[in-house]
Design a protein. Structure first.
Length: 371
């Protein structure tokens, strides 16, 4: 009986140990999944923060330029006022010396040197006019002094404000650099972790399907009248004649492929063009801006409607240069190349969609773009 109880106890203990191991393994997997999600989310948050900070830096630089221009103008004005004050001061000194001499014997000559009462009256009146003129000169000098003080104070305030803006720019630049390094570090970690890299690729692939939903929702509101009919001179007639949205080598092609890092099978819904950060991104055809903003897996994007159910998408941007609902012409600069939402660094991701479904952009590019 004792042996049976011991065996039963051992079996139960082993089962309990297995359950504990299963629980710990489950917690470990959940933690790993949470960490993976948090890393990808952190990268996305950093990209948005960097974009916002770049916008803030742009505004601060405009303020800096405006203040600097105002200070130059104020310095010129202060210099002019000081020159006027100095000229008035010298004139008043000369006049004061003359008045001092006049006060010693000029008044006696004025009174006793007069030939008649009328002559005396004229001399007194002339002297009074001179004194009135001197008084006005002195008042103008006082006003100029006050103006110089006020302008100098305004100049000082402007210089102080400029220094504050420059300090703020420097702090934001330092924070910007720190967050760019953090993003680079996280991206490097994602690239080195096979499972996480594959997960990021899968998320990007899944996000392509969500674009379909965006197009479907937007086209009902904005382009329903243009959807059904083929238009003369419309987008459908531009096949094989579209320019590349940015000059560069095509490094990612439409359709199924196997990425080189971990040999993961992917389906790309557009093409990737190798381009430097900050290069101009141009509209490949005339159309209307129906979406700008951030999108999971794509980073910062612009979506153009070209009528007849055709749309073009430009992704991984650093800056958007056009407003929502604006009409654009072929060749208009709409954005700048960036690396938002990209695992591989700067470049442009480009799609063409018809009724929301992706089609091969290279079939629409002019010959130079397809080679």
């Amino acid at each position: 009986m004792v042996n049976i109880l011991c065996i039963a106890f051992l079996i139960l203990a082993e089962e309990g140990s297995n359950q504990e191991q299963i629980r710990l393994q489950k917690e470990k997997m959940e933690k790993a999944h949470t960490e993976e999600v948090s890393i990808l989310l952190k990268i996305s948050q950093l990209e948005r923060l960097l974009y916002q900070r770049d916008a803030e830096l742009g505004l601060l630089k405009k303020t800096q330029e405006k203040l600097a221009t105002g200070i130059v103008e104020k310095e010129e004005k202060v210099a002019g006022t000081r020159s006027d004050v100095e000229n008035q001061r010298l004139a008043l000194i000369t006049r004061a010396r003359a008045l001092f001499k006049f006060s010693r014997n000029g008044m006696i000559k004025t009174i006793f040197g007069s030939e008649s009462f009328d002559d005396l009256f004229r001399r007194v009146r002339f002297t009074t006019l001179l004194l009135e003129h001197d008084k006005k000169d002195f008042m103008r000098f006082s006003a100029s002094l006050r103006a110089e003080e006020e302008e100098t104070e305004e100049l000082r305030k402007g210089q102080t404000e400029l220094q504050k803006v420059e300090n703020e720019i420097e702090l934001k630049r330092e924070a910007d650099e720190a967050q760019k390094k953090e993003k680079a570090s996280l991206l490097s970690f994602v690239r080195e972790e096979k499972a996480l890299y594959r997960k990021a690729l899968k998320e990007m692939e899944e996000a392509g399907g969500e674009i379909e939903g965006i197009v479907g929702g937007l086209k009902k509101e904005t382009v329903s009248a243009l959807e059904s009919d083929r238009q003369e001179g419309g987008f459908s007639e531009l096949k094989s004649r579209l320019p590349l949205p940015v000059q560069g080598r095509i490094i990612g092609f439409f359709g199924k492929s196997v990425e080189s890092r971990y040999h993961t099978a992917i389906f790309r819904k557009g093409i990737v063009i190798d381009a430097k950060e900050g290069e101009d991104v141009r509209a490949v055809a005339g159309g209307k801006v129906i979406y700008t903003g951030w999108f999971r897996g794509y980073g910062l994007i612009v979506l153009l409607d070209h009528g007849e159910g055709y749309f073009t998408l430009y992704a991984h941007l650093s800056t958007v240069l056009i407003d929502l609902h604006r009409e654009v012409k072929v060749g208009d600069v709409i954005a700048k190349v960036g690396d938002s939402g990209s695992l591989e660094g700067p470049g442009l991701y480009f799609e063409i969609r018809h009724h929301g479904k992706p089609i091969n952009p290279l079939e629409w590019m002019e010959v130079a773009g397809r080679t």
